[in-house]
Design a protein around this ligand. Structure first.
Ligand code: MF3
Ligand code: CO
Ligand code: CO
Length: 275
């Protein structure tokens, strides 16, 4: 596979797909409360996608060596790092949950994004859980803020890694961000750790995700027997945030923004691009 550079029509297609993916999370946000199950969240998301005219990219998704993924989205709770499968267990006050939504538009463009939810509100969560969610959000934005033509993927990874580790957390290495377009996972791989000045150079028209998985304990992970769910080996908490980004001639545009997206951190200087 190789990197696809989007032309104006492709960029337009990605803007739509990504806004719709973000709007699924906006729709779910007020519903994600103590007592709801992740399977109910999954069902509500599936109905909303149908109303949008999109469909889930995850249901039935089957990379080689994996069983077909059974959910319309991923719900990764507490020590689950990623790819958590929706189930019938009610959410509890103090849980932290990542909801990861990828949609496909009728034109075939993919939009991919995820957010953390502190169940029962911030005050219901431990100080460590709150810090982990906030630092992971900022780590994603440290990576995003690097994006412009000429910068290399290693610069992005380095920015994320140094920020996460200087805050006492660790970066999961087995999963990464990815190019995205008319396929779910394209080149390049976007590592969330690395060395400055290394790896692929960014060019206008590239679209990729930045989606750091940050652990409160050690970085090691293990896969559960369902073939999908990834947990921290030491059972420490894990958090993740994800946006899909376009490289523009002068910097970047965050494509997965909508009315309900959390505010951009103060350290980000570029005015967010508007369509
Ligand atoms: N949305 C995830 C990502 O950010 C991938 C989920 S694949 C699934 O790349 F099959 F687990 F849903
Ligand atoms: Co992704
Ligand atoms: Co995703």
């Amino acid at each position: 596979m190789s990197i696809t550079y989007k032309d104006e029509a492709g960029i337009a297609g990605m803007r739509v797909a990504c806004r719709l993916a973000s709007e699924v999370l906006d729709y779910l946000t007020p519903l994600i409360q103590p007592g709801i199950t992740t399977l109910e969240i999954d069902r509500l998301a599936a109905e909303y996608m149908k109303q949008q005219g999109t469909r889930s990219a995850t249901i039935g998704y089957q990379p080689s060596g994996y069983p077909p993924y059974p959910g319309h989205l991923c719900t990764s709770l507490n020590q689950v790092v990623c790819h958590g499968i929706p189930n019938e267990k009610p959410l509890k006050k103090g849980d932290i949950l990542n909801v990861d939504v990828t949609v496909i538009t009728p034109e075939g463009w993919y939009g991919d994004n995820s957010r953390m939810f502190m169940i029962g509100g911030e005050a219901a969560c431990s100080i460590q859980a709150r810090r982990l969610c906030h630092i992971t959000f900022e780590a994603m934005w440290k990576g995003i803020a690097m994006v412009k033509p000429g910068v290399r993927l290693g610069d992005i990874g380095h920015a994320i890694q140094t920020f996460a580790e200087s805050n006492g957390f660790t970066v999961v290495r087995e999963f990464c961000g990815h190019g995205i377009g008319q396929r779910f996972h394209e080149d390049p791989q976007v590592l969330h750790y690395g060395r400055p000045g290394t790896l692929e150079e960014l060019k206008p028209g590239m679209t990729f995700t930045i989606e750091p998985m940050i652990n409160a304990g050690k970085r090691d992970i293990k896969e559960l027997g369902d073939g999908w769910t990834i947990v921290t080996k030491d059972r420490s908490l894990s958090a993740q945030w994800e946006h899909t980004i376009l490289v523009t001639p002068t910097g970047y545009e965050v494509l997965t923004l909508s009315a309900g997206s959390p505010p951009v951190p103060a350290f980000v200087s570029q005015a967010p691009a508007t369509v």
